[in-house]
Design a protein around this ligand. Structure first.
Ligand code: ZN
Length: 161
């Protein structure tokens, strides 16, 4: 069982690794054994820990098990769910942001999953803001405006009001 589980986990990890690489997202390492819960991916600079959880073993709602199946594995799965929560809490206390990705998310869309990671690694409001600033600066530069010209334009506008 352990072999099957680790094989499934590895293939979903591979999907995410390929997705991150394709999206040009870097600055991460895999299988951080030095951290609580051994996250599958960590971004050390941003303090973001990413777990790729197999749906069956982590009790994902997408897995509807038959009653006998359920009771047989119930204890193990419940233990995993409790452990997942403990690990997430412990990491958050240590100042980490925790992203948990379910196997089914990766299977349905790698790009959406990568976007989910990106949003945490690069908060969207800041990246949008930075992009806007860069855009305005570039526009001012393209228009041949100098810092002094921008300042005087602003001053004139204020004076007119
Ligand atoms: Zn699932």
């Amino acid at each position: 069982m352990a072999a099957i589980r680790s094989k499934n986990t590895r293939s979903t990890e591979r999907r995410l690794r390929a997705g991150l690489a394709a999206a040009g997202i870097s600055g991460w390492r895999m299988n951080a054994k030095d951290l609580t819960g051994k996250p599958d991916f960590v971004f050390d600079d941003e303090k973001v820990a990413v777990f790729v959880d197999g749906c069956f073993w982590h009790g994902c709602k997408c897995k509807r098990l038959s009653k006998t199946h359920k009771s047989f594995w119930k204890k193990k799965i419940e233990t995993n769910i409790v452990r997942d929560k403990k690990v997430s809490r412990a990491l958050r206390r240590q100042g980490w942001k925790v992203v948990r990705i379910k196997e089914h998310e990766l299977k349905s869309s790698v790009s959406k999953t990568v976007e989910k990671v990106r949003k945490v690694v690069t908060p969207p409001d800041m990246s949008e803001f930075d992009a806007l600033i860069r855009q305005v600066r570039q526009q001012a530069k393209d228009a041949g405006l100098k810092q002094a010209d921008i300042k005087s334009a602003v001053a004139k506008t204020r004076g007119q009001k």
